[in-house]
Design a protein around this ligand. Sequence first.
Ligand code: FAD
Length: 289
Amino acid sequence: MKKISDIFNEKEKTFSLEIFPPKTEKGLDNLIEIIAQLCELKPDFISCTYGAGGGSREKTLDLVEHIQNTHKVPSMAHLTCVLHSKDDIKTIVKNIASRQIKNILALRGDPPMDDPDWQPTEENFKYSCELVSFIKENFNNYFSIGVAGFPEGHLLCKDLNRDSEFLKIKIDNGADFVITQFFFNNDHYFNYVKRLRKLGVTSRILPGILPITNYEGLIKFSNLCGATINAEIKDIFEPIADNKDATIKEGINFAIKQCKELLAGGAPGLHFYSLNKLEPTRSILEEVR
Ligand SMILES: Cc1cc2nc3c(=O)[nH]c(=O)nc-3n(C[C@H](O)[C@H](O)[C@H](O)COP(=O)(O)OP(=O)(O)OC[C@H]3O[C@@H](n4cnc5c(N)ncnc54)[C@H](O)[C@@H]3O)c2cc1C
């Protein structure tokens, strides 16, 4: 199965999707059907998130393996350091390799809701850059490694220049590419790319796109992620917050406009947070690809 870095050598722009492991067996059965539909969109790759803790973590690798083996679509496992010792990580990465999974999104993660005060000790990796180094040192070039980027700065580091410098460390330690947190003002993305290029980062920086389907949910989610809800979003979505169909329609219109502008401005593709649904990603992708 292809590494994402190899796909980049073949394609100027990529279109990828993200899913997450559901908590219930019923949800999992449903997702297996949705994955088949998402694969018909011929994404360049699909990535699967890694839970903050608990049982869903094991499902990540099963889902990634399923996508690769059943649908022959390149796939990427997210992996976080939180709650794992360095020995755990070694075992997990060996397991990832043994399943012929060639792509890892190396993340720090956040402490889970039921253990919010968890702190790393010497037994753990503290930052994702350490996970990147570990993978590179122990598995050489077996994996293509991606990392997370924050165009508006990470919640714990709102100094944009400092946050960009930390991103550069991840790249210097061996990461191949960046996938960003979602954002709604494209200037955040373009300025982020400029900051990183100035620091000498030449890797692809794939913008993360979140189609808006529920305004109230969006506000809560954005607060957790540190993404700004700007006046344009408020003006469009607040008045129709109670109207689900109108929100989805405007969400598609907004995302199409956002994606077209990103691609025209030089973005090397788009990474969609599909939220385990075919729509609205399908409608947006059809218009912008
Ligand atoms: C595309 C994407 C996918 C994601 N997928 C998942 C997922 O599957 N599962 C999940 O639980 N979470 C996921 N997250 C959320 C992510 O785990 C959190 O945002 C987390 O708080 C930061 O992870 P990170 O890998 O960026 O951490 P780091 O890169 O370790 O950064 C964490 C903080 O430390 C600072 N920092 C970084 N390096 C250094 C350094 N060398 N020295 C000092 N400070 C430093 C950064 O500025 C930041 O404030 C995802 C986020 C994105 C954008």
